[in-house]
Design a protein around this ligand. Structure first.
Ligand SMILES: Cc1cc2nc3c(=O)[nH]c(=O)nc-3n(C[C@H](O)[C@H](O)[C@H](O)COP(=O)(O)O)c2cc1C
Length: 185
């Protein structure tokens, strides 16, 4: 049983109907069904575009500080990435650049689980690799397997927001089991 853990979910897509946001919400639902003292919150990556001048002239923006505080409280972070032109979204990369300006970097030493959803066939395999690479300088504990890749994501969820494919659910359950075991206190 999980004793106590604080999990933060990040969706790499900003759009309202995002399938990556749906996936994070579905994960929240699954995690909350587990026994134990589990807190789950969403991190908002809708931040100004990183510019050193902005930081020097006006300081770190409020939204960046807020995301930093949310992530700092987490024992584990779960990131769902879309695939934009074979890579992660600009919004997600931008949030990493901002977080790296905070001291300490809120990602450092955190357990991270990665999932992805794309409307193509691949399910975001290439963006997952890029995401792992982008997190390298942050010294996180990234769970490497199983890979949860949701293809044809516009058809992958039912009206209740549940992921319908059995195999994907099986892999997701395995990933979450490892993630929660490694991020709970
Ligand atoms: C600019 C752009 C580039 C895209 N490039 C890819 C891609 O390289 N591979 C892929 O599988 N899907 C690609 N797509 C389709 C996305 O997978 C699809 O829009 C997906 O729904 C995005 O995630 P979301 O539903 O969370 O917003 C691209 C979409 C956009 C808008």
């Amino acid at each position: 049983m999980i004793k106590s853990t604080t999990i933060v979910g990040l969706s790499g897509s900003l759009r309202k109907a995002s399938s990556n946001t749906k996936l994070i919400k579905y994960i929240e639902k699954k995690i909350k069904l587990k026994d134990g003292d589990i807190h789950f919150s969403f991190g908002n990556i809708n931040l100004p575009l990183y510019n050193d001048d902005l930081e020097k002239e006006a300081g770190i923006p409020e939204t960046v500080i807020k995301l930093g505080e949310t992530l700092s409280r987490a024992s584990g972070i779960i990131i769902s990435t879309p695939e934009y032109n074979k890579g992660i979204s600009g919004a997600l990369k931008n949030s990493f650049d901002w977080m790296s300006r905070l001291k300490p970097n809120p990602f450092t030493s955190k357990t991270i689980a990665i999932v992805s959803a794309t409307d193509g066939r691949s399910g975001g395999e290439r963006s997952q690799y890029m995401l792992r690479m982008c997190l390298t300088p942050f010294d996180c504990k990234i769970i490497q397997t199983p890979e949860v890749l949701i293809g044809h994501s516009s058809r992958a969820f039912n009206e209740a927001g549940d992921l319908t494919d059995e195999k994907s659910n099986e892999l997701l359950d395995k990933l979450l089991e490892k993630f929660l075991a490694q991020s709970s206190i």
